[in-house]
Design a protein. Structure first.
Length: 289
């Protein structure tokens, strides 16, 4: 959905300054892909966005783009698995928000695949650290800004995957990590919902067109904990072997765009979802029904 269309909907619901007006949002992994689209959509709805990504150049570009378009954003680049960076991120977000943080989207991530009998300890530990421990550290560090009784809207969104909900061959580490996100989400909803009104939801994506699902042969890679190159993407021979069947189990018979994925994140963060918490929302075009 285009950001214009999202704004149109917001307008109909009478949020003239945007559905997230004045709210302060940390979005991890927002230097590109789904996170970058979410940063733009959130800013377009009036949020002050903290673009948090390990890629300093890309984070700066997203923040600059938002500011040039009349929105408000700052880039705070760093590695989300680094506890010191998390302290800085929370502090800078609170400073930018004049002492307030309303929204966290735990989105940063990548895959490091391998079949079970060949998966290394490092593959295992890296993926759990990135998708589970890092969100825990961030949410814990931001707790003082969420355990607040001032009636303001506060919400946490954790990004999962169909691999976490249904499992996926070759992704034992990622499947466990993304499944873990659902229990993490529900616990936040149960701990911080009653007294503080904090909402917490998981969004599980299916096949979204980002570099994670692009051709592996494009040569895109991320750097592992010791600087090793981890190739990302889907090998062309896997895609070619699947052929038309690639999207046959998707009711809409196509992958999703990053803008469509990010629109779902905005929807969950928005007042439209004010009575939805503890849920896993499947954004898959109807895969795995
Ligand atoms: N693309 C899909 O089909 C798909 C499907 C299911 C779930 N997801 C999940 O959606 C989220 C976003 O993925 P995407 O497809 O937009 O990928 P992407 O590669 O386009 O974007 C991910 C971003 O996370 C950042 N990142 C990675 N490691 C980081 C770290 N240690 N610290 C800070 N930032 C880091 C990257 O630099 C990148 O900008 C991920 O959690 C991914 O697992 C994606």
């Amino acid at each position: 959905m285009s950001s214009d269309r999202v704004s149109q909907i917001a307008g109909h619901l009478n949020y003239p300054k945007g559905m997230l007006a004045g709210q302060v949002a940390i979005i991890t992994g927002s230097g590109q892909g789904i996170g970058a689209e979410a940063a733009r959509l959130f800013a377009n709805e009036g949020a002050k966005v903290i673009v948090a990504d390990i890629d300093a150049k890309k984070s700066a570009a997203v923040a600059e783009d938002i500011n040039k378009s009349g929105g408000q954003a700052i880039a705070v680049a760093g590695d989300i698995t680094d506890a010191e960076y998390i302290k800085t991120l929370v502090q800078k977000a609170a400073d930018f928000g004049n002492g307030k943080i309303n929204l966290i989207v735990n989105n940063a991530g990548y895959t490091w695949d391998g079949v079970i009998h060949k998966m290394t300890d490092k593959q295992w530990d890296t993926i759990i650290a990135l998708h589970c421990t890092a969100p825990f550290n961030l949410v814990r560090a931001a707790a003082p800004y969420f355990r607040v009784k001032d009636g303001a809207h506060r919400c946490i969104i954790n990004i999962s995957s169909t691999s976490g909900v249904h499992g996926n061959a070759g992704q034992l580490n990622y499947s466990l990590a993304k499944a873990g996100v659902t229990g993490f989400t529900k616990t936040i909803a149960k701990e911080w919902g009653p007294a503080f009104g904090v909402r917490s939801n998981t969004i599980a994506f299916g096949h979204i067109l980002t570099r994670l699902t692009a051709a592996k042969e494009n040569g895109d890679f991320v750097k592992g904990p010791d600087g090793e190159k981890i190739a990302i993407g889907i090998p062309q021979k896997t895609a070619a072997a699947a052929g038309d069947a690639m999207f046959a189990d998707i009711a809409l018979r196509r992958p999703g765009t990053p803008a469509e994925a990010a629109s779902a994140v905005l929807a969950v963060a928005s007042p439209l979802f004010s009575y939805v918490t503890g849920q896993t929302i499947m954004v898959t075009g109807g895969r795995n029904m």
